[in-house]
Design a protein around this ligand. Structure first.
Ligand code: TEU
Ligand code: CA
Length: 536
């Protein structure tokens, strides 16, 4: 069944880095309001706002201490209400980022839970007594942010569980009171006029610690269906789950409309293929077109009427053009090619702030210049293990999360027009040439390529609902989308070498959009990072 959000484009705003309005060097809600015309001009329908709730900011807001108030550095609840109404007045929609797997250790629930083992909030979290040697449970994988997943609370003499920082205790989703409180928070925000949520690490809610299960646990689907029933049934609201564990099979279970669980989800196979088997993202392996084509075909053909988000980057990932494109020799062309590929696929496209102007990774030499808890903990841990500074910094330069969190580059004025204060994180020095002001006056800019693609997807249904057929070809990615009489053919060269394509037929109506000048034939040589979308 067709949904309004199938052909919509979503724009992800990382509030800390988007636009500062009060010179404190930190982005804020009023700054976002001042940039809504820009997003409307791009053709954005939905804005995904990363967390702006009260938080000690150990993990830049993914550690929430009050779900129903706004972090003072971002503004007030009145500012939030102004943002919601300004977005809705434009016919756009706001979805908020909701972190339900864990809270901040500063949340009142956790403070209560730490009072005593008998406290009514104790079972909002996951506690285990030390063993006879004082050790935590044997099931003790490394936390995403380094160290153990168990931290001893000395006051009550038990360990509490946290998959991320010790300042982010995991909630116990087996507890019906936790489920009930979460539903209340969701309904409270829906009543404010937002249109749904991005659900942080939602596949971790079904965890079963004693069985050693973290992602995609046995309770997960029941919890999602119950949440849907209590909060979203009959609403036009949407939910997009962050699901690092997703496979086409589990994605089908989580997003087929009849199952009433999620509207869609982010899957990360194209990201995980970059991770070193032992050292993960910190020793990245080269992007493999062959591996990408295999996972693309599975995801485009095996989820039936399930639905995914199509993305290259977000606030946790290095910049798309630096990771999947080529930010040195072919920055503009490769950014356009990635956008054309993204918008030619089944799935709702998500644009991470700055992708629309081809913002790149940043190389900072001193670890003191970095802010992300994951990066800082990783650096300390590896230095303690004797890793050379340069090796650690190399991994941070390639895959550290701060790459995506440098301030939005609006113009070539000081601090790229992001702030006239001291920015909380260094502005990329290439802002003098890579910025919105420059993009808006260049008809061939990446920005106008995105603007054209966003409009195209709203008009050309074959890109939204067409079938998918991968045409086997060497390093080239070639596939057809078909719907009733319409056929779209995409040929894309995501390498820095010229590649040859011999098409079985050269008949086509037009080149709808291209990352280089429009070509005369389908067959022939495809330049590095040349993408051409044909209407056949
Ligand atoms: O990220 C989930 C998550 O697993 C990532 O942190 C991932 O492990 C890491 O980025 C890989 O490099 C979500 C949020 O998007 C992230 O910003 C939060 O830090 C995390 O959850 C905890 O809430
Ligand atoms: Ca500010």
């Amino acid at each position: 069944m067709k949904q309004w959000w199938h052909s919509a484009a979503v724009y992800q705003v990382y509030p800390r880095s988007f636009q500062d309005s009060n010179s404190d060097g930190i982005g804020d809600l009023n700054g976002i309001i001042s940039r809504l015309d820009y997003l409307e001009k791009l053709g954005i329908t939905i804005i995904w706002l990363c967390p702006v709730y009260a938080s000690p900011m150990a993990d830049n807001g993914y550690d929430i201490s009050d779900y129903c108030s706004i972090a003072p550095e971002y503004g007030t609840m009145d500012d939030m209400k102004s943002l919601i109404s300004a977005i809705n007045a434009r016919g756009m929609h706001l979805i908020m980022d909701l972190v339900l797997n864990h809270t901040s250790s500063a949340h009142p629930w956790f403070k209560e839970a730490c009072q005593s083992k008998q406290n009514p909030y104790r079972d909002f979290y996951i506690w285990r007594a030390p063993d006879s040697d004082g050790n935590p449970p044997s099931f003790n994988p490394a936390s995403h942010f380094g160290g153990s997943m168990w931290t001893l609370d000395n006051a009550t003499g038990e360990y509490y569980f946290h998959q991320f920082a010790s300042a982010q205790p995991d909630l116990n989703w087996r507890n019906p009171d936790v489920q009930q409180e979460a539903h209340k928070i969701i309904n409270w925000w829906l009543a404010k006029g937002i249109s749904g949520f991005r659900l942080d690490v939602i596949d971790l809610l079904g965890k079963d610690i004693d069985a050693g299960i973290l992602a995609n646990g046995p309770q997960l689907h029941k919890l999602l269906r119950n949440m849907n029933e209590q909060c979203f049934a009959g609403q036009q609201a949407i939910t997009v789950g962050e699901v690092w564990s997703a496979t086409p099979m589990t994605a089908k279970l989580m997003t087929r409309p009849a199952r009433q669980e999620l509207s869609m989800l982010f899957q990360f196979e194209h990201i995980l293929q970059l991770h070193h088997p032992e050292h993960g993202k910190w020793q990245p392996v080269p992007f493999s077109i062959a591996a990408y084509k295999q996972q693309l075909e599975r995801w485009q053909t095996q989820i039936d009427d399930g639905w995914v988000a199509q993305f290259w980057g977000n606030h946790d990932l290095p910049r798309a053009v630096s990771t999947f494109g080529n930010s040195t020799h072919w920055r503009e062309r490769s950014a356009k090619a990635l956008a054309i590929l993204q918008f030619s696929l089944k799935g709702t496209p998500y644009i991470y702030q700055g992708e629309e102007i081809g913002m790149t990774n940043i190389t900072l030499d001193s670890i003191e210049d970095y802010r992300d808890i994951e990066t800082l903990n990783h650096y300390q841990e590896k230095r303690a293990q004797g890793w050379p500074h340069e090796d650690i910094m190399n991994g941070i330069h390639q895959h550290g999360r701060d790459n995506a969190r440098t301030p939005m580059q609006w113009n070539s004025d000081a601090n790229a027009g992001f702030t006239d204060g001291q920015p909380w994180l260094t502005v990329n020095s290439n802002y003098t040439s890579i910025n919105v002001g420059q993009a808006l006056v260049d008809p061939n800019s990446i920005y106008y390529c995105y603007q054209q693609l966003i409009a195209l997807r709203k008009a050309w249904q074959v890109l939204v609902y067409g079938s998918f057929q991968m045409l086997a070809h060497n390093e080239l990615i070639v596939f057809k989308r078909q719907l009733e009489g319409d056929t779209a053919l995409l040929v894309i060269n995501l390498t820095d070498q010229a590649l040859q394509y011999d098409s079985s037929s050269d008949a086509f109506n037009e080149v709808v959009i291209s990352s280089v000048d429009k070509r005369e034939t389908i067959s022939g040589t495809y330049q590095p990072y040349e993408a051409a979308l044909f209407s056949l």
